[in-house]
Ligand binder design. Structure first.
Ligand code: UD1
Length: 421
């Protein structure tokens, strides 16, 4: 198994490019199921999760040509509607094929994703919404079996809780449903906006894009026609992670190909910690101070502070001067990085869903274990600032979502090597 060896306590400098957003690319790939026409996607990140979803499409009978940051997907030859456990268990986001398969083929079977390290992550809201649109759903043998022989119909969906994946599944299902679907309490993430834009460019009428109420007028069973290639938006979580790398190492570094609006919540928090920024068109330079101030964070849905950046900011807070409070509101168990950060010398106390992070003078390299994708990047950040050598194990989590992490950090001057046990 691969691990990363990082010699820390070094300044970073220079510039890197941010890749396309994994979480935007996944629903876009799933949405290609809504058409029998080929579509080219550009600016895909080179990460395992993307390969996993493309493999799933291939298993369903699609023609997929994937090279570098581009993929050409032709779902005209798609025959199977069964998303098997072997793939879905590798990546929860595979559940995103449920809505498009059901609305296009009138039936499908998708393995239940199950829980994961950061919490239970049920899909009850996805299923309830599809039922309201006329789907008959049963859970059997670990699979969601869904049927809607005459197609789905539009409905008014009120989500009890804001769900990114649930909103995406309903958007895709609604695109080919009969009539109007109104989604109340919809997610507003940039990834949702990209999906809505993709649907509207293909001729689906979508109103309220980027707001909490989205209305979709379905095509009534007609498959969609793509008109142009789709360029995946920049990854705001990857950008945030590198800003944290700048902050924790007291460095000045530049990120290119970013969307500043998407990372505003992170910029605000880093500013409150004493960092300054120079912002240009699609680029941002962080100027980090010698001494970081503590920060208070409560995770929330977009445009609030993203749960996917909670672990990385906790790593930065470990070296701030004073006590930071970090409250996790979205996932019940997203603090697996706490004990590992403490192994590096951090002083973090957990009470319920709040972590009190008392800043320490220094962190010290040690062997640590990655537990989930973003927790892994928090350990890498801490290692960049720690004295001595840190080995971060189980980095397959990182490979799921960070494109060329060690290459980009190396370009910024970090001492980081991938090794095999
Ligand atoms: C997506 C992101 C993930 C991010 C999360 C929250 C992708 C591929 N993943 O995950 O990186 O951390 O949004 O921003 O885009 N919930 C239910 N029932 C449901 C669905 C969700 O109770 O049917 C709960 C979840 O357990 C969680 C909350 O709603 O507590 C938000 O989850 P959701 O927005 O659905 O997250 P994902 O789409 O899985």
């Amino acid at each position: 198994m691969d691990y990363l060896e990082i010699s820390g306590n070094k300044r970073l400098s220079g510039a890197i490019e941010i890749s396309g957003a994994k979480n935007a690319a996944l629903p876009v790939i799933a949405a290609t199921i809504l058409s029998t026409r080929p579509l080219t996607l550009a600016n895909l990140p080179n990460v395992v999760d993307i390969q996993t979803l493309l493999k799933l499409l291939d298993m369903l009978g699609s023609q997929v040509e994937h090279k570098g940051t581009h993929a050409r997907i032709d779902n005209g030859t798609m025959r199977s509607t069964r998303a098997v456990y072997e793939i879905v268990s590798q990546m929860r986001a595979s559940i995103l094929v449920l809505g498009p398969l059901l609305t296009r083929f009138g039936e499908c079977e998708v393995s239940l994703p199950g829980g994961c390290a950061i919490g239970q992550r049920p899909i009850d809201l996805h299923l309830k919404a599809l039922e309201a649109m006329g789907a008959k759903i049963e859970i059997k043998g670990g699979y969601v079996r869904a049927e809607a022989p005459g197609g789905l119909h539009g409905a008014k969906i009120i989500f009890d809780k804001i769900t990114v994946g649930g909103t995406e599944n309903v958007l895709m299902a609604a695109a080919m449903a009969h009539g109007k679907t109104e989604i109340i309490n919809a997610a507003r993430e940039p990834e949702i906006v990209q999906l809505c834009t993709m649907l509207s460019v293909a001729g689906v009428e979508v109103e309220g894009v980027g707001t909490g109420t989205i209305t979709v007028y379905g095509t009534g069973g007609r498959t969609l026609e793509w008109r142009e290639p789709i360029e995946i938006i920049p990854d705001r979580i990857e950008a945030g992670t590198y800003l944290c790398a700048g902050a924790i190492t007291h460095s000045e570094l530049t990120l290119e190909r970013v969307n500043i609006e998407h990372i505003q919540a992170m910029i605000d928090k880093l500013e409150s910690m004493g960092c300054r920024f120079t912002i240009g068109k699609g680029r941002i330079t962080i100027h980090a101070p010698e001494t970081l101030r503590p920060v208070n964070i409560i995770t929330a849905e977009y445009p609030g502070f993203p749960t996917d950046m909670q672990a990385q900011f906790m790593a930065v807070a470990t070296l701030a001067e004073g006590e930071s409070l970090i409250e996790e509101r979205l996932f019940e168990n997203r603090f697996m990085h706490v004990s590992e950060l403490n192994r590096l010398g951090a002083d973090i106390w957990l009470k319920g869903n709040t972590a009190a992070v008392k800043g320490v003078e220094s962190l010290y390299g040690a062997d640590v274990m990655a537990t989930d994708l973003r927790a892994s990047s928090a350990l890498v950040l801490a290692a960049l600032a720690a004295e001595g050598t840190t080995r971060v194990r189980r980095i397959y989590h990182l490979d799921r979502g960070y494109d060329n992490l060690e290459g980009k950090l190396e370009k910024l001057g970090a001492h980081i090597i991938r090794k095999r046990e």
